[in-house]
Write a protein of this length. Structure first.
Ligand code: ZN
Length: 488
C-alpha cells in the first residue's frame, strides 16, 4: 500500500498529500496552553488531536521533532494587547511569585496530559525563557519597516504589510474591511490602526512580569512567542503548525504576518486546526457555568456531570469524532462512549486469551489495511474505531464458540489491536493495561508472602489481620502445600 498521509491544510482549504521538507523528518509546532488556570476540556482536544498525529507520523516511520509551547508570559485571551497580565494578577492576589503560579499550573497540566495518555512533546519551551529571541524577532520586523515604535511599545503595521503581502490569507478575513472597520474611536490609542497588534508592550508600573528591551521595560506580544520559538527549534521553514480553530485569527494570522515580515517568506507548510468543544450544545465559558476542568471530569464533581468519567473515556470520546468536527459533551454521549470503550477493552482482553483453530470462519481479513486507510485520510479516527468495533464482534463470536480463528489470523489481529488501539489511538485499556495487572498481582503475592512469613514466626496477629482484611476486600485465599492460591 502506498502510505501517503493526506491532511487538510487550513491555508489552502484542501486535503493534500503530506510531503515533509526533509525526507524522513517532520518538524511540528502546536500552540500549547496558557498556564494561568486549571486545565479544562478545551486543553484536552488539541493535545489529543496532535498527540494522535505525532503517534501516527512515528508509526509511518518519520522522526518527529514535536514542539509544544507553554504560554507563561501571561496574556489576556480576548484583549491580548491591553489590560492586566493574568499571571501577574493571580500572583498579586495570591501573594505568589509569578513563576510559582506558572510552575503550579504547568505541573497540573502535565498530570492531566499523562492521565489522558498524551505523549510529552520533544521540546516544551516557555515563552518567558525566550525573551531575547522574541526581542530579536521584533527588531527584524522593525528593520524591515513593518512595525513602528509608539510610547515604548512596538506595533505591527498591518496597512504597510498588506501593501506587500496578503494579510488575512489563513482566516479569509478581508484586510480592507479590517482596516476600515477598526478605526480608533477614542483617538487616544498609541496604535495607528486598531487592527495593528503589539509585538512588544511597555509595562505599566503595576505589571510584575517585565523584561528590559531597546524600547522599554515590558513584555512581548502574545503572537510573538510562537514565531520566535517555532523558528528557533524547527528552522525558518517547517512542516506542520497546529492548534485549535479559535487560534486561526488573530493568533496564527499574526504569526504568518510576523514571520513573513521578518524573514521575507512564510514559515509553515501545513496549518492544521482542530474544531471546538461545546457542552450540552453551548460554548464553554466561566460566565455560563459550564466551565468544567479536567479534574472535575475525572472526579465527577461538577454539577453538570451525573458521574465521573475516566481519562480514557474522555480520550475515546474525543477520538470518536473527526478532529475537524465539533464535539458536544453531554452525559448521555459520554456514557455511550464509556460503554463503547468497555466493548473494545473487553474484546481486546478476550483476543489475548483466544485459542487458535485450524481455520478462520469469522471475517477479520483486511482490518489493518482498512484502519491504515482511514488514518491516511486526514486522521479519520472515528472510522478506525468503527472498524475496531467490527473486529470486536468477530472476536466475541470466536469467544462464544460460534466461530474459529487460525493461528496466523490470531497473531495478525493481536498485532493490529496493539498498533491501532495502543500505539496510534493511545488508548490505555484491557490488554494494554497488562502492566498494571502484572503489578497488581505482584503486590497481592507480596502481601501473602508476608503473611506466610508471619505464620512461620508465629506472629498470629499479623497473619490473621492480612487474611481477614483481604477477605473483607473480597479476596479468597487458600493455603496449599507449596504456599497459597488466591482469587478475587
Ligand atoms: Zn501559538
Amino acid at each position: 500500500m502506498d502510505k501517503v498521509l493526506r491532511i487538510y491544510n487550513t491555508l489552502t482549504r484542501t486535503k493534500m498529500p503530506f510531503r515533509p521538507i526533509h525526507e524522513g523528518h517532520v518538524g511540528m509546532y502546536v500552540c500549547g496552553p496558557t498556564v494561568y488556570g486549571d486545565g479544562h476540556l478545551g486543553h484536552a482536544r488539541p493535545a489529543i488531536t496532535f498527540d494522535v498525529l505525532y503517534r501516527y507520523l512515528m508509526h509511518l516511520g518519520y522522526k518527529v521533532r514535536y514542539v509544544r509551547n507553554i504560554t507563561d508570559v501571561g496574556h489576556l485571551e480576548h484583549d491580548a494587547d491591553d489590560g492586566e497580565d493574568k499571571i501577574a494578577k493571580k500572583a498579586r492576589l495570591e501573594q505568589l511569585e509569578p513563576m510559582e503560579v506558572v510552575q503550579y499550573y504547568t505541573l497540573r497540566y502535565h498530570k492531566a496530559m499523562e492521565a489522558l495518555n498524551v505523549l510529552p512533546p520533544s521540546i516544551e519551551p516557555h515563552a518567558s525563557g525566550h525573551i531575547i529571541e522574541q526581542i530579536q524577532f521584533v527588531q527584524k520586523i522593525l528593520d524591515n519597516g513593518y512595525a513602528y515604535v509608539s510610547e515604548g511599545s512596538v506595533y505591527f503595521d498591518v496597512e504597510k504589510y498588506s501593501k506587500d503581502h496578503k494579510y488575512g490569507k489563513l482566516s479569509g478575513r478581508n484586510v480592507d474591511e479590517l482596516l476600515e472597520t477598526t478605526r480608533e474611536l477614542d483617538g487616544q490609542s498609541e496604535k495607528r490602526r486598531a487592527c495593528d497588534f503589539a509585538l512588544w508592550k511597555k509595562a505599566q508600573p503595576e505589571h510584575i512580569m517585565r523584561w528590559p528591551s531597546p524600547w522599554s521595560d515590558g513584555f512581548p506580544g502574545w503572537h510573538m512567542e510562537c514565531s520566535a520559538m517555532g523558528t528557533k527549534y524547527l528552522g525558518e521553514e517547517f512542516d506542520i503548525h497546529g492548534g485549535g480553530m479559535d487560534l486561526v485569527f488573530p493568533h496564527h494570522e499574526c504569526e504568518i504576518a510576523q514571520s513573513t515580515a521578518a524573514l521575507g517568506h512564510e514559515t509553515v507548510h501545513y496549518w492544521m486546526h482542530n474544531n471546538m468543544i461545546t457542552i450540552n450544545g453551548q460554548k464553554m465559558g466561566k460566565s455560563l457555568g459550564n466551565f468544567i476542568t479536567l479534574d472535575e471530569f475525572f472526579n465527577g464533581t461538577h454539577k453538570l456531570l451525573t458521574q465521573a468519567y475516566s481519562p480514557m473515556t474522555i480520550r475515546f470520546f474525543i477520538l470518536q469524532a473527526h478532529y475537524r468536527s465539533t464535539v458536544d459533551f453531554g452525559n448521555e454521549a459520554l456514557q455511550a462512549s464509556e460503554k463503547g470503550l468497555e466493548r473494545i477493552s473487553e474484546a481486546y482482553s478476550r483476543l489475548m486469551a483466544l485459542k487458535p483453530a485450524a481455520t478462520t470462519t469469522v471475517d477479520v481479513a483486511g482490518l489493518r489495511e482498512r484502519c491504515e486507510e482511514a488514518m491516511l485520510d486526514d486522521l479519520n479516527t472515528p472510522i478506525v474505531i468503527s472498524h475496531l468495533f467490527e473486529a470486536a464482534k468477530a472476536i466475541n463470536t470466536v469467544h462464544d464458540g460460534k466461530g474459529t480463528i487460525s493461528e496466523a489470523d490470531l497473531a495478525e489481529l493481536r498485532d493490529v489491536f496493539k498498533v491501532f488501539v495502543e500505539d496510534i489511538l493511545g488508548l490505555r485499556i484491557g490488554a494494554a493495561d497488562s502492566s498494571n495487572d502484572d503489578a497488581y498481582r505482584k503486590a497481592v503475592d507480596l502481601l501473602l508472602n508476608i503473611r506466610q512469613q508471619a505464620k512461620q514466626n508465629k506472629d498470629w496477629a499479623t497473619s490473621d489481620r492480612i487474611r481477614n482484611e483481604m477477605a473483607e476486600i473480597g479476596f479468597k485465599v487458600k493455603d496449599t502445600k507449596d504456599g497459597f492460591e488466591w482469587s478475587l
